[in-house]
Ligand binder design. Sequence first.
Ligand code: 6R9
Length: 615
Amino acid sequence: MAKKYLTWFKNYQKIQSGNFEKGNIEWFIGGKLNACFNCVDRHLPKKANQIALIYEQEEPDQTEKITYQEMKEKVCQTANLLKSLGVKKGDPVAIYMPTCPAAIYTMLACTRIGAIHNVVFGGFSANALRERLIDCKTRIIFTSNHSIRKGRRIFLKKMVDEAIKDLDFIDHVVVHKLTESEEDFHEEKDKWYEESIAKESKECLIEEMDSESPLFMLYTSGSTGQPKGIIHTTGGYLVYAGMTFDYIFDYRENDIHCCVANIGWITGHTYTVYGPLLLGATTVLYEAVPIYPTVERYWQSIDKLKITSFYTSPTAIRLLMTFSDQNVIKYDLSSLRVIGSVGEPINPEAWLWYYKLVGRERCTLVDTYWQTETGGVVLTPLPGVTPLKPGSTTLPFFGISPVILDPSTGNVLTENNVTGLLAISSSWPSIARTIYSNHKQYLNVYFNQYKGFYLTGDSAFRDSDGYYWVLGRIDDVITVSGHRIGSMEIESALVSHSHCVEAAVVGIPHEIRGQAICAFCVLKDDPKKEEQKKDLDSLRISLSNQVATQISRIAFPDQIVFVNALPKTRSGKIMRRILRSILIGKTSQQDFGDTSTLLDPSVIDELIEQVKLQK
Ligand code: 6R9
C-alpha cells in the first residue's frame, strides 16, 4: 500500500518498528519522500489542467476553480516566500486562516520545504491562539484579514495582533487578503500575502524528507486544561490518508469530493487536503455554514458541482432535519455515491434521514470513527462491502485491531455483546508519534493506563455481529457539534473571571449538537441571596463571554448553575459524573454510583436543589 499510494525518493528498508510501552512507533523506516511532491507535482504530467480545488464560498454564486498547475505555481511561490522569510526545515509555521486556497497553498508550501504547519482553527479566540503560539514558539504566522461567517466579517488579523502582543519571538505576520481592506497593517512585521508571493519564482526545489520527519502539528483538547500539540509524521500519515480516502470514499477518476470540515480540524487535514490531493482528486473547499444563506446550501452545492462523495457531521444533519424535507427532495443529488458522517455518534434517526433523503437509499453511508491522534479513519464501513447498520461505525479498517477493555481489570473482553473502553492493540501507520514537547504526557494519556494498548478515551459496545457502536468520551472531553473541547479548558476560563472562584463543566445530551455544555460555578458571594438574583443573569452573560474570549464561541456554556460547593473527592478531584447525573434529572443515591470518596456528601442535595431552582 505504501508503494501504491506514494512516490518515494528512496525506498524504506523496514516497514515498522517500536512499541506502545516505549511510545517509539516508526513506519517505513529509512524511506525518503515529500508530501507536496506527492500531492501536487507528481500529478502534473497527466493532470496539469484538471481542477484540484473548488473553492465554494458563502454566497452560492462565489465559486472559484483552481487547476493542479495553478496550485503548483502558488505553492512554489509560497514556499519561496517562506524561505525568504528565513523558514527552514523543521521550523513550525502557524496558519490561522479560513478554509481557502491560500491556506492550502501555505500548508503544502510548508511541506515542500520541510517546515511543520500548525493550523489553528479560525474560530478560536485571540487568547486560544496566543496559548498555541507560545507552546510551539513559532516565528511566523499566516492569517487572513478577515473570514466571513453568515455574511459577517470576523476580524482575524485583529485577533492575531491581540494574540501576539508582547510575544517577541514572532518575526512575521503574512496577511492574505480575503476581502479588500487594508486596516491594521504594521510595517515592521506584516506582509501582504498576494503582493509578497507575486515577487517569488513559480519553481521551488523539493526537500527530501525522512519518513519519520514531522509533517504537521495540530492542537486538540484533552482532559487537562492545556491543549496538546499532536504530531504526525510524513510517511505513515500519508500512506494512511491516501489509502483510507481511496477505500472509504470509493474514489474513482474524475470524482468530486466534498468534506465540509474546516481545515482547523484533523478532518479538514486528512479528508479535504491530504487524502484527496494524494489521489489527484478534485476537492471542494467549503467555506460555508449549512444554513446560510438558506437551509438548502449543501444540497444546492451537491447539485451544482456534481459532488460524488460528501462528508459532514451528525450535528449538521440533525440541524438540517428540522426543516422541511422538500428542501432536499427538490435537488438532483444523483451524482452522489458515498455520503459520510464524522465527529460524534450519529443517532439512528439522523442516520436514516441522511441515508433516505440525501443518499436516496442508493448511496453508502459511511459513519467513520477516528480522532486527531489516529490521523485517519479507524472504524468504518466500506462502500459495496460492509452491510450497514444505522448508528454503528461497523468494522475496523485494514490494519486496525480494536479491542474492548474492562475498565476495572484492564482485561480484553473477547466476547461479543460487551461494552467497555475502546482501545487499539497494535500500531498503524498514521498513529500520532508524540505530543509536541511533552512525550511523557503522550505516554501517560494514551499508553500507560492499560499497558500494551492505545487508549482512545471513548467507550464502545461490540454487538453480536462484531460491529462497533461508539458511545462517547469517558474522559473529561466534551464533543459539541463535533468539536472537541476539554472541560478543564472551559473551567479555567470561568475561574479567570473576577467573580468566580471555582467551576466544574460537564457535557449533557443535546438534541442537535450532540452535547451541551453545562457549568457549575461557585461565586465569591453567596449566590442564593434573593437580591442578587437579577444580577445573576448578567453574571451568566459575563461568564459566558469570558469563555468565548478565552477559548471560542463554540465553547459557550448552554447553562450556568450557581452553587455553594462542588462535589469533590477527598483528594480534591471534581466528581463530574455526579453533576452529569443531576443535570439529566437523577435524584436517588443509586443513580450516583460510588460516592464513598466524596468529601462532603451533603453537597449533592444542594446541587439537586439549585439545578431545579435555576432551570
Ligand atoms: C475525526 C475527529 C475525536 C472524538 C472521538 C469521538 C468522537 C469522532 C465519531 C466519534 C462516534 C464517530 N468521534 N467520530 N464518535 N462516532 N463516527 O472528530 O477527531 O476532533 O480529534 O475528535 O470525536 O469521541 O474520540 P477529533
